[in-house]
Write a protein that binds this ligand. Structure first.
Ligand code: NAD
Length: 252
């Protein structure tokens, strides 16, 4: 997909917010023939209008019935951004088993189902990007469930890259560090940090970025989307099974 190449049919999970929504807008702007947008937040999904031919699937990526429906309606998939995920935090000794299972369920089981259906419907030469995280690469206290789920996502991408290579299909992972999206507001840790900055969310994000991130800032969702579009594009034609770490140097 050089800038003038056809983009075809693009599937995006977690499309209604943050990185997924930025990818939907970027792929529509690049002339995607059809966008298949998946998210569990039905209201936000209906409100998202990136333009062009859009089919919305409201549902949970962990639900096999949703994927049966998507496989039935998708046609051939040319590009996919498998991106739905939830945040989780907590030291191992303090983590409830239900929270562990929920994190692995959405971030890894959901990713497996998304990837399986995508590979079933992918055309020869398709390109797929899985959203992992720097937490799947760097061991950081308090990230066991989230980090284990994202390390699993990276290995899924690597194995899929080998399995699909004979069809010219490329599979890569992106591992962002901090990105300014609503996902942070899910964590008690971040809500406390915002409260300690008199409710100023931007100051709380800046304070976090100042600790341990050499570039001392978070990415925007649009910046990560542009990097995903590079991996999806023919400019990345020889890149498969890699992890693009985009973390401002956090993991160094
Ligand atoms: P976000 O919360 O803005 O968007 C995530 C979207 O996924 C939401 O629209 C949500 O409704 C959807 N979603 C969640 N669970 C779902 C499910 N079970 N089924 C269907 N949809 C579901 O967050 P984001 O930051 O854009 O996150 C996108 C991906 O990026 C996630 O996988 C996240 O782990 C990863 N990531 C984010 C950051 C960051 O700092 N924001 C860093 C590294 C990795």
């Amino acid at each position: 997909m050089p800038s003038d190449a056809p983009v075809g049919t693009c599937l995006i999970t977690g499309a209604a917010s943050g990185i997924g929504a930025a990818c939907a807008h970027a792929l529509a702007a690049r002339g995607a023939q059809r966008l298949l947008l998946v998210d569990s937040n039905d209201d936000a999904l209906q409100a998202l209008d990136p333009g062009g031919d859009v089919t919305r699937f409201a549902g949970d990526v962990c639900d096999p019935a949703l994927w049966e429906q998507i496989e039935a309606q998708a046609g051939t998939i040319d590009r996919a951004v498998l991106n739905a995920g939830i945040a989780a935090g907590g030291m191992i000794a303090d983590t409830e088993f239900d929270d562990w299972r929920r994190t692995l369920g959405v971030n890894l089981d959901g990713m497996f189902l998304s990837l399986r259906s995508t590979l079933r419907k992918a055309g020869d030469g398709a390109s797929i990007v899985l959203t992992a995280s720097v937490s799947g690469v760097k061991a950081e206290p308090g990230t066991a469930a989230y980090g284990a789920s994202k390390a699993g996502v990276i290995q899924l991408a690597r194995v899929a890259a080998r399995e699909a290579a004979a069809r010219g299909i490329r599979v890569n992972a992106i591992a962002p560090g901090g990105v300014d999206t609503p996902i942070w507001d899910q964590t008690l840790f971040f809500r406390d940090l915002v409260a300690s900055h008199d409710g100023d969310r931007d100051k709380a994000l800046a304070a976090m970025a100042a600790i341990g991130t050499p570039l001392a800032r978070f990415a925007t969702a649009s910046e990560i989307a542009a990097q995903i579009l590079f991996l999806l594009s023919d400019d990345a034609a020889t890149i498969t099974g890699t992890v693009l770490v985009s973390d401002g140097g956090y993991s160094l």
